[in-house]
Design a protein around this ligand. Structure first.
Ligand code: SAH
Ligand code: SF4
Ligand code: F3S
Length: 469
């Protein structure tokens, strides 16, 4: 067993706290409101938090007004995510005054930053409990202390990252299950806060991962998403010789799981072996999220991304050669310190050359403590926004053209649920991860169905369910 794993004895202590809280629960089931910001990793952490809360005896509600406990699992990757959290906790002040027994809890990446924890301590006295990513496994103990001592508790120490098992998730409904395979990041891209708030890379034991995949398969989940900040470096910190390509092959052998996806792949670590496994294994969805961030070698250097535009394009051509049907997506940062219009033009060029299906683009946001925060900026905010808008219009045209090519084809879609925009239709995804909306009975949720694509938009497809399967 690797030393980064929290011991079974320690987890047993935490389970005792869950039990102690459960014993004190009032007969009328109290309700928890849990809101999650940020990436799938955080969503997965929240599934663990909800697992703990539900074992303590909490039910869940959709509005803070109905809640006895409000918990925000926060993200620090950009300033706007942080501002929303501050706005939300500010708004809870009156609620706490009306209902003093309401517990207000903040956790996640944002809380792992010293200046944030300090601001909460000073300016938001109605917050009861604050803990960082490293203290997640101690949540039962911390909540028990808050309840018993009626004190405010802050547990935001910077620790070596750990892994904890033995806690049941309260998972999002079928058919998609999120399975973290590793935590943390070692890459230190100069703009990014993640390595500071999540700690160093650590990989879960393959046996634990496979056991969990089997568990969700037995529960009726059909698709798994393997999660890590850089899944390609899975196993680098272990001594058992496991790497991501081998792990993927093992995951594909689990009966009941029909589709396997993963996120995120850092271009510097995408090996030929992995591309081969992707191409060979039928269950692996032919979809790859490969963040490029910028098309300018000068900016990529300043970002510490460790590849050039040429390396990246070569990688994409290898992927396309092995999997012509691949759906490619990426992340782009606009307005990184020192980026000029000429650098930005090179990013547009990459979009035109690769022809991504979708991009996720962000205006650079300064993060306290990262190297880029100290780098000189040459572009004003208005110009950054103009470039950002121009990039979207270039990409929207590409995305629409790519989606148009699906019209008339028949796609296998895993029906995920009722469409948010139209309660009469179901929504699901193709193997490539494209969203498809189609009219069909609710009983098909969780099933693979054939859908003939009849209409396309920039972000989604529409189709007709073909009854005979
Ligand atoms: N580990 C993943 C994702 C990390 S965060 C990866 O390496 O790709 C998701 C995205 O947020 C990043 O890909 C990047 O495009 C964006 N991002 C990270 N820090 C940012 C910052 N300071 N400002 C703007 N965007 C940022
Ligand atoms: Fe951030 Fe880079 Fe790590 Fe991704 S690889 S989490 S962008 S430091
Ligand atoms: Fe945000 Fe933390 Fe994920 S900073 S993007 S929630 S790892």
């Amino acid at each position: 067993m690797e030393s980064k794993r929290i011991s079974a004895a320690e987890m047993a202590v935490q389970k005792e706290y869950i039990q102690k809280i459960a014993e004190k629960m009032p007969k009328s089931r109290p309700l928890a409101f849990v809101e999650t910001y940020g990436c799938q990793q955080n969503v997965s952490d929240s599934e663990k938090i909800k697992g703990m809360l539900s074992q303590m005896g909490y039910g869940f509600c959709e509005r803070t007004e109905d809640a006895d406990l409000v918990l925000y699992n926060t993200c620090a990757v950009r300033e706007n995510a942080e501002l929303r959290v501050f706005g939300n906790i500010g708004a809870l002040k009156h609620q706490k005054r009306r209902k003093p027994e309401l517990k207000i809890i903040l956790c996640g990446c944002m809380m792992q930053q010293e200046h944030i924890a300090k601001a909460i301590r000073q300016k938001y006295p109605h917050v009861d409990l604050v803990f960082g990513t490293h203290a997640l496994y101690r949540f039962p103990e911390l909540l028990y202390q808050v309840m018993e001592e009626d004190a405010r508790i802050f547990d935001v120490k910077n620790e070596d990252g750990s892994i904890f098992e033995e806690i049941d998730y309260h998972r999002d409904p079928k058919p998609l299950a999120k399975i973290p395979i590793m935590y943390g990041c070692n890459n230190f891209c100069t703009y990014c806060i993640v390595p500071y708030v999540r700690g160093r890379e650590r990989s879960r034991d393959a046996e634990d991962i496979l056991r969990e995949v089997q568990e969700v398969a037995d529960l009726g989940y059909r698709e798994v998403m393997l999660l890590g900040q850089n899944v390609n470096s899975y196993g680098n910190d272990r001594k058992d010789g496991m790497d991501f390509a081998t792990l993927l092959q093992k995951v594909c052998k689990v009966d009941g799981i029909e589709r396997v996806r993963f996120m995120t792949s850092h271009p510097k670590d995408l090996s030929d072996a992995l591309i081969d496994v992707m191409a060979e294994e039928e269950k692996i969805c032919k979809q790859l999220h490969l963040p490029v961030q910028s098309g300018s070698n000068r900016i990529l250097g300043l970002m510490n991304r460790k590849y050039t535009k040429e390396d990246y394009l070569h990688l994409v051509s290898k992927v396309k050669a092995k999997m012509p049907e691949i759906v490619l997506t990426t992340d782009i940062i606009v307005g990184f310190p020192g980026e000029t219009d000429a650098d930005f033009e090179e990013t547009l060029q990459i979009l035109k050359e690769v022809e991504y299906d979708t991009i996720f683009s962000f205006i650079y946001s300064k993060r306290v403590g990262t190297p880029a925060a100290e780098m000189p900026d040459v572009m004003d905010e208005e110009q950054k926004h103009r470039n950002f808008d121009r990039m979207l219009s270039v990409q929207n045209e590409i995305s629409k053209r790519k989606n148009d090519a699906y019209v008339g084809t028949v796609q296998t879609v895993l029906a995920e649920g009722v469409s948010k925009n139209n309660p009469d239709t179901l929504t699901g995804r193709t193997e490539g991860g494209k969203v498809v909306n189609f009219a069909a009975p609710d009983s098909l949720i969780g099933e693979f169905v054939k859908v003939k694509i009849t209409k396309s938009q920039t972000w989604s497809l529409f189709g007709e369910w073909i009854k005979e399967r």
